[in-house]
Design a binder for this molecule. Structure first.
Ligand SMILES: Nc1ncnc2c1ncn2[C@@H]1O[C@H](COP(=O)(O)OP(=O)(O)O)[C@@H](O)[C@H]1O
Ligand SMILES: [Mg+2]
Length: 271
């Protein structure tokens, strides 16, 4: 079997006239230990890039460094379509959220706290409620507006957090294993929503995930984090055919892609 070559920190270069987020030569040290080094990634607007890798590889660290929550070396740039550079605006859905399930805080309270200075015993102005309703509709969560956060299912909470991360619409959306503990239907729905959002809003999305089947179906690019850096980056087919990735996840994805290719050719002959 032919394996694709794993090139250290290979990345698709931003093309002119397209907006793009550039992560250039990122490095992170924590408590004197090197967690990440020489990380390069370019993400076009409208593209979903999945980050995969073993536990402890540094996936969450990379997202926190991009967010500016932890110190890093290297630079982060957003290139707009006219080739102007700024820092990208960002939305983030974290891996874990420690909620007090007995708290009376509602979904509306959460959004109002993020967007206004109003205390939660205040009656919110109509325009706040309308804004929250509009935000929630982006992830099909309009009906959740008055629910207590503690009463939301895992899938509902993720839809609310995703809607919050999209208000206002950012240049770059960062999702850190946002669907752990959600059933298969909820998972599929989440990926469909994210996939639809990236095209509708021309969003660059970085998604840390272990759901290799769904990544193969929905991601435009995959980056494999291992040994403190991005060891392999490319299309799902390229990355899942890579020997190191196959070894790490114990799967042979090339047969899956060979089958997809065979089906494609067979269908082409049927036309
Ligand atoms: N605050 C910290 N201080 C020192 N090391 C840390 C800290 N946070 C995470 N690490 C280490 O960084 C490495 C990467 O962690 P993380 O980014 O959470 O991995 P992943 O998300 O890929 O599972 C791990 O070895 C972890 O122990
Ligand atoms: Mg993590």
């Amino acid at each position: 079997m032919k394996h694709s070559k794993c090139v250290n920190s290979e990345y698709k270069t931003c093309e002119s006239s397209l907006c793009c987020t550039k992560i250039n030569n990122f490095g992170v040290k924590r408590s004197g230990t090197e967690i990440l080094k020489n990380v390069n990634l370019h993400i076009h607007c409208g593209d979903l890039t999945a980050i995969i890798g073993p536990n402890g590889a540094g996936k969450s660290t990379l997202l926190k460094a991009i967010l500016g929550e932890i110190t890093h070396s290297g630079e982060l740039q957003f290139l707009d379509a006219n080739n102007g550079t700024t820092r990208p605006s960002m939305g983030y859905v974290p891996q874990k959220l420690d909620l007090d399930s007995s708290s009376p805080t509602s979904v509306l309270d959460l959004f109002a706290a993020a967007h206004t200075n109003l205390p939660i015993w205040f009656r919110y102005p109509k325009k706040i409620r309308e804004r929250v309703q509009k935000s929630l509709s982006r992830t099909h969560g309009e009906h959740l507006i008055n629910k207590r956060l503690g009463d939301l299912s895992g899938g509902e909470l993720q839809r609310v957090l995703l809607a919050l991360a999209l208000d206002p619409i950012p240049n770059l959306l960062l999702l850190d294993e946002p669907v752990s503990g959600i059933d298969q239907n909820g998972l599929e729905l989440f990926y469909q929503t994210v996939s639809m959002l990236r095209k509708n809003y021309d969003l660059s999305i970085i998604l840390v995930s272990h759901d290799l089947n769904l990544i193969a179906e929905y991601a435009d690019r995959v980056a494999f984090v291992n040994n403190h850096t991005i060891e392999c980056c490319g299309t799902p087919q390229e990355v899942f055919s890579n020997e190191k990735v196959i070894q790490t996840f114990g799967l042979d994805w090339s047969s899956r892609f060979q089958k997809v290719e065979k089906d494609r050719v067979a269908n082409a002959f049927m036309v």
